[in-house]
Design a protein around this ligand. Structure first.
Ligand code: 4NP
Length: 169
């Protein structure tokens, strides 16, 4: 994931979960929100995708949207399926849980992209907790927990990436 980030060569991140309607849209929205707050828009391209086809074309789950909106974060995603071309396209691919990670790695048949596929919680305060829990079948507190986990990891991630930006910001 180490390279110089410039306006000419922005850093591309894809957050990935199963359905692309709860966790990864929330991660995408939070990360873009932090990028905007720091005035770093020209340096990043932020996207999300799901490893399944269950919800293609759908906006983020209404509970995910509600929790995010409470914190001033807008979720603009439209669900799409993660595909092999994304392995080439993005600099960093962040899986929300170990099942997503396994499914992404399965697309990387020759192991060419291992370096850029990581777990989101690697960047959290408790890196031994590997998974962002799937909130889909649970209540609002699960969605709130997902938001909080993703906010902490996203702040750390952006702190790290901001250090790779070249020149004056
Ligand atoms: P996500 O949550 O992976 O965070 O978007 C889920 C969304 C849908 C399903 C499971 C998890 N589903 O089984 O349809």
């Amino acid at each position: 994931m180490k390279r110089t980030i410039t306006k000419e060569n922005p850093y591309k991140i894809c957050f990935v979960c199963l359905g692309n309607i709860c966790r990864s849209p929330t991660a995408e929205g939070i990360f873009q929100h932090l990028v905007n707050k720091r005035g770093l828009q020209p340096y990043f391209f932020v996207d999300s995708a799901g490893t399944s086809a269950y919800h293609i074309g759908e906006p983020a789950n209404s509970k995910s949207q509600w929790v995010a909106n409470q914190q001033g974060v807008k979720l603009h995603s439209k669900a799409r399926r993660f595909n092999a071309a994304d392995l080439e396209e993005f600099d960093l691919i962040l899986a929300m849980d170990s099942e997503n990670y396994t499914n992404i790695k399965r697309l990387d048949r020759d192991g060419l992209f291992t370096e850029k596929i990581k777990m989101m919680r690697e960047f959290g305060p408790q890196p031994d907790e590997m998974d962002v829990p799937d909130p889909y079948y649970g209540g609002m507190d699960g969605f709130q927990n997902v938001f909080d986990v993703l906010m902490r990891s996203s702040v750390n991630l952006l702190d790290e990436l901001e250090g790779m930006i070249e020149g004056e910001v």
